[in-house]
Structure formats: C-alpha cells, structure tokens
Design a protein around this ligand. Structure first.
Ligand code: 3PG
Ligand code: MG
Length: 381
C-alpha cells in the first residue's frame, strides 16, 4: 500500500482523515493519545510544504449538531502539540481542522455528495484514521475513490505491526484475551486459535468459558447457554488446531462490587454461591506472566479484571508488566487494554499500542477493512 511518502505533496492541499475521537470530560480532553498519534503525518506534510486540512469524527452524534461533541477543544490541543496555529472549521489557515464529520448525516451513509464536498477541499487524500478504517464512511472510503490517496504514517505503522502478527508470527506466539463477552470476540479468538500456540483467557469472558466446562461460577458475570455454546466450540476448535486455550486456575472474588465489600482468592472451581469473580488470581497471573516471558510474539486485548478498582487490578497489572518486560514482539489492542497499560504508565514499554479498538479486532478477524480496500483501489497521482 502506498504511503504519504509516495505522494507528491509540495504546494498541494492535503485532506487528512485522522481519528481524533478522544474521551472528553466536558470540554476537557482526558486522554490525548490519538491526537499525539496523528502528529507525525501532519508534521511530515507541513515539513514537505503542504497545506493540511484535517478531518475526524468525535463520538456518535448520529447526524445532528451536538455542541458538546464539537472538535473545537481538539483543535486547541492539536495546535498546542503541533506548535503551530490550527484554524477551526470555516477559518482559514495552512493547518485546518474541520468540525465533527458526524454532525452531517451523510458521513456515516458514505454519501457521494459529502465525499465530493470533502474532495473539493484538497488535491490529495491521506487516510490516517486507523481507529475508524473499519467504517465505510464518506471520509474513510468515499473520498479515497475521488482523490489520489495514500496511507498516513500512523495507519502504515499500525498495518505493519498487525502484519507481523498475522503473517508468519515468530513462535511461541501467545495471545492474552479478556473483556466482557466471548460472543463479542469470537471472531478474533477463532482467528488466533488458528495462529497462536496459546490463548490465555481473563476478564468476565473467562467465566463463560468456565461455565461452558461445567464449573459453577457463582454470581460471576457470564453468558447464557448460547454464549457458552460459542465458548465450547472455541475450545474444541483450539484443541483440534493444537492451540492451548488456557483458563484461570484461581480468581479474586467478592460478594459485591462496592468498595469495602470483602474479597478473597479462591480456586476457579470453588467460587461460593452468591460470590462473583472480578479478577484473575495471583497463581493465574504468575502463570500467564511466565508464558509471556517465553513468547516471541504477543498480542493482548482486554483487561483481566475490573482494573479500574485497585482491589481487582492486580491481574491486569501483572499482564501489563509482563508485556513490558517481554523480549518478544509485543502488540496491545486499543480500547480498554491500551487504557489499562496507560493507567500503569507502561504505554511506552511495548512495541506497539494500537489506536484502534474495534478496528484492530476487525482487522485481525477479517484480514482487511473497507478503508484499506478503498485506499488500495485509489490512484496515487
Ligand atoms: C472508536 O473510538 O471506536 C473509533 O473512533 C470509531 O468510532 P465508532 O466506533 O463510533 O465508529
Ligand atoms: Mg468503536
């Protein structure tokens, strides 16, 4: 795939689709990782004499103007980080950020009229919004069919990291997967049991797997019979493919999630009635860490427990620290696991932290995404 380095940009107007969908508390940006991740492409373009028009969505305003989802605070932060003024929306300037694309109902419909309007602002298009490249929208797909287009530096780096996992990963290849539901991640689990030597399971989904094995999980969150059937099939497939699917041997439990409620560590098959599992236990965490130490390739997606609560953070912390210390090639999926890594201050200690949650999972599962397909089909004039 062509990157921005292959495009003539000197003296040209370049439309950059970035993913500046950052978490906000009112008008305060609580995590600017995605803005920082977009800087290399914008800087590259500025250093090579281009005029830059950046566009992004923020949240899910569903085609309506929602002032609290304005990108204005993002323009201010971008200017700060870039060290150059950033004109906003209708204002003029050599670096400009357009208002939230999803205020316009045509964005998510990939309406050709909006794609044409966006294309009319620029001479070339650079797609750098890895976090949104799984959406077939006017700014991710439509415009790439009109303008000469290429991948930005962030998108290129993301694709390179995922290619190293999907194409000939070095073995042992170990995957750590957590999060709420097996059903949500079965596509990636299925992909990984075909690629990895071991898949280590944590988070609430571990209780669905345990329940599927007939273990009594007390009041732990777990999926119903359908979800358990999905889990059972995943375990059978893993067995056939020679991949070890590893479940927790011990767990941290509590009767209630509320602060002050007593907790204890028990064997995973000894959860008392009415108690719920909220983290993997210390024996499990240590066993997972040993596996990561020996691995040559590691992918991690999803926390091991309710890590936002210090009582249930140890499992996720141990995995995060093991990732940071591992000698193998380490990739962390976006979303919750990236947030967990950052909460422990370890985001600079792994090889790649993805800026895309849903996008990275879909890429791993499907191997291709609409925004990538559109780029490959585009001209690079
Ligand atoms: C994200 O944060 O998941 C991306 O920015 C994409 O947003 P979306 O899930 O609302 O399409
Ligand atoms: Mg999403």
């Amino acid at each position: 795939m062509k990157t921005v380095r292959d495009l003539p940009v000197e003296g040209r107007r370049v439309l950059v689709r970035a993913d500046l969908n950052v978490p906000l508390d009112g008008a305060r940006i609580t995590d600017d990782t995605r803005i920082r991740a977009s800087l290399p492409t914008i800087r590259y373009l500025r250093d090579h004499g281009a005029e830059v028009i950046v566009c992004s969505h923020l949240g899910r305003p569903k085609g309506e103007v929602r002032p609290e989802l304005s990108l204005r605070p993002v323009a201010d932060r971008l200017a700060e980080l870039l060290g150059e003024p950033v004109a906003f929306d209708g204002e003029a300037g050599p670096v400009r950020l357009l208002e939230n694309l999803r205020f316009d109902p045509r964005e998510e419909k990939n309406d050709p009229a909006l794609a044409a309007e966006l294309a009319s602002l620029a001479d070339v298009f650079v797609s750098d919004a890895f976090g949104t490249v799984h959406r077939a929208h006017a700014s991710t797909v439509g415009v790439a069919h009109i303008l000469p287009s290429a991948a930005g530096l962030l998108l290129a780096a993301e694709l390179e990291a995922f290619a190293r996992i999907l194409e000939n990963p070095e073995h042992p290849f170990v995957v750590v997967i957590g999060g709420a539901k097996v059903a949500d991640k079965i596509g990636v689990i299925d992909r990984f049991t075909g690629l990895a030597d071991a898949v280590l399971v944590g988070g609430a989904m571990a209780f669905t797997f345990l329940a599927a094995r007939g273990v009594a999980v007390g009041a732990s969150k777990h999926e119903d019979a359908d979800g358990q059937e999905v889990a059972r099939r995943a375990m059978a497939d893993a067995g056939e493919r020679g991949c070890e699917l590893v479940l927790p041997s011990d767990v941290v439990i509590a009767e209630r999630v509320e602060a002050g409620a007593p907790t204890q560590v028990v064997a995973a098959d000894a959860i008392p009635d009415g108690w719920m599992g909220l983290d993997i236990g210390p024996e499990t965490a240590a066993a997972y860490a040993r596996r990561l130490e020996a691995a040559r390739t590691i992918f991690w997606n999803g926390p091991m427990g309710v890590f936002e609560d210090p009582r249930f953070a140890a499992g996720t912390r141990t995995v995060a620290e093991a990732m940071a210390e591992a000698r193998g090639f380490t990739v962390v999926g976006g979303g919750d696991s990236a947030a967990a890594l950052a909460a422990f201050g370890l985001q600079n200690d792994v090889d790649h932290v993805s800026t895309g949650g849903g996008a990275s999972l879909e890429l791993l599962e499907l191997g291709d995404l609409p925004g990538l397909e559109a780029l490959r089909g585009a001209s690079n004039a």
